[in-house]
Design a protein around this ligand. Structure first.
Ligand code: PLP
Ligand code: LYS
Length: 420
């Protein structure tokens, strides 16, 4: 159950009608529900609480909006960050540095320093080279970097190839068969406190079996590392839990995930860390859009041209992703249509031949499940500016990211005087 429901024939976010949001903030606009974010955070926590020592780090990449991060901080979540920018946001949202985990294959020297300076909780090291560099920087600065080694278990997560991260030909983590040796070598370096392992095999996983297989491999590796005399006190199991994008679609629940993790990690005696993103934010947001025009050609499905485009919601263009699309005031009439944006690319297509609510110019509609990997992947292509974001809480609604207009963007551009 999410908090985007029809009330008196109109779609609401909690108690706020979508038409009020469109009027006040314009379209396209992302709409987040605070109650849904909180509910997802609590359900996830409850599913894992029986495991004992746990650390929850919200994957900032899924939705880095400061208001969203603040909700997560109030729910007691730390953050999983992959850049200096995400680290700065997590701190700005009030997350304690010690609750922040820094992942990513390409941390720059500057970003490592930034993490060390604020005293982040853990670096997830993704190569021996990175570990050596981090050790050098930390040692020179008189700091200690608490680290986990991210392993690549060579497991097919069964998700879209562009969001799979655990196969041996993916860039992420170190080959699991070489990890014990690396762990030993890195443990000997000054400046590093090697305290654990990390794994994350991909996103939008609809099956728990590959995760369980990956965790079993990590458990065996942990036993080898301990047998060799090294310490493992933390294991970061990443994120990846899939969410339903289509009405009626069933995904593993947080409770089923928790039960699987309990089975897979029995007797580990570590702090288990988690980096959920999509499962928290995905269904806590929609993208509200207005139909600009319906273009009808004889003997063809009509094109419903909306004011949102691939620059605002990139997932359909990038991954062929499905987002349910519903009228804000459904009449009960249906149509089959192609849903497209105004951008000059054929890829600016949200759906072809979609069976959907009948819509006309001026009608409002939403793309659902847009709270994760939505606004954060926006661009300003075609000089459309950056989409606005609002958050609803009961019957109140606030802007949480103002629309950035094309003129704001080109204000940062310069024509050199030698072009005068
Ligand atoms: C290292 C890491 N942790 C966490 C996540 C969050 O994943 P999800 O949004 O699927 O939970 C990702 C993205 O896939 C990731 O790469
Ligand atoms: N951007 C992807 C998820 C990437 C996960 C990155 N670790 C999506 O929209 O599905």
């Amino acid at each position: 159950m999410d908090h985007f429901q029809l009330k008196n024939g109109e779609l609401h976010a909690e108690d706020v009608p979508m038409s009020r949001i469109a009027e006040e903030f314009g379209t396209p606009v992302y709409v987040y529900s605070r109650a849904t974010l909180e509910r997802h955070a609590r359900v996830f926590r409850e599913a894992l609480t029986p495991l004992g020592k746990i650390h929850l780090a919200f994957a900032v990449k899924s939705n880095p909006n400061l208001a969203v991060l603040r909700v997560m901080q109030r729910e007691g979540f730390g953050a999983d960050v992959v850049s200096g920018g995400e680290l700065a946001r997590a701190l700005a949202a009030g997350m304690p540095a010690s609750d922040i985990v820094f992942s990513g294959v390409g941390k720059t020297t500057r970003e490592m320093m930034q993490g060390l300076d604020v005293g982040i909780g853990q670096f997830n090291i993704e190569s021996e080279e990175e570990g050596v560099e981090l050790a050098r920087i930390a040692d020179a600065a008189g700091r200690t970097a608490h680290c986990a080694l991210r392993v690549n278990p060579d497991i097919d997560a069964g998700t879209h190839e562009k969001i799979s991260t655990g196969k041996s030909d993916n860039k992420f983590g170190v080959p699991i068969d070489q990890a014990a040796g690396m762990y030993a070598r890195l443990s000997a370096l000054p400046g590093l406190d090697m305290r654990g392992l990390a794994v994350h095999i991909g996103s939008q996983l609809s099956d728990l079996a590959p995760l369980e297989e990956a965790f079993a491999k990590v458990g065996a590796l942990m036993a080898d590392i301990r047998a060799a005399g090294f310490t493992v006190t933390h294991v970061d199991l990443g994120g990846g839990l899939g969410v339903p994008y289509k009405a009626g679609e069933v995904m593993p629940s947080p409770a089923e995930y928790g039960a699987m993790v309990a089975r897979a990690t029995k007797g580990w005696d570590v702090t288990l860390m988690f980096e959920p993103g999509r499962v928290i934010a995905g269904n806590a947001g929609v993208l509200l859009t207005e139909v600009i025009r319906v273009k009808r050609n004889a003997n063809r499905d009509p094109f419903v041209i909306v004011d949102a485009a691939m620059n605002d919601l990139a997932r359909p263009a990038l991954y062929g992703a499905w987002h349910d699309f519903d009228a804000v005031e459904p009449t009960g009439q249906r149509m089959t249509a192609n849903i497209v944006g105004p951008i000059c690319e054929t890829g600016d297509t949200f759906a072809m031949g979609r069976e959907m609510d009948a819509l006309e110019a001026g009608d409002l509609a939403v793309f659902r499940t847009a709270g994760a990997y939505g606004a954060t992947m926006a661009s300003s292509y075609n000089s459309r500016g950056f989409v606005a974001e609002v958050m609803v809480d009961g019957d109140r609604v606030a802007s949480v990211a103002d629309r950035i207009l094309p003129e704001d963007i080109y204000a940062a551009e310069r024509v050199p005087e030698w072009l005068d």
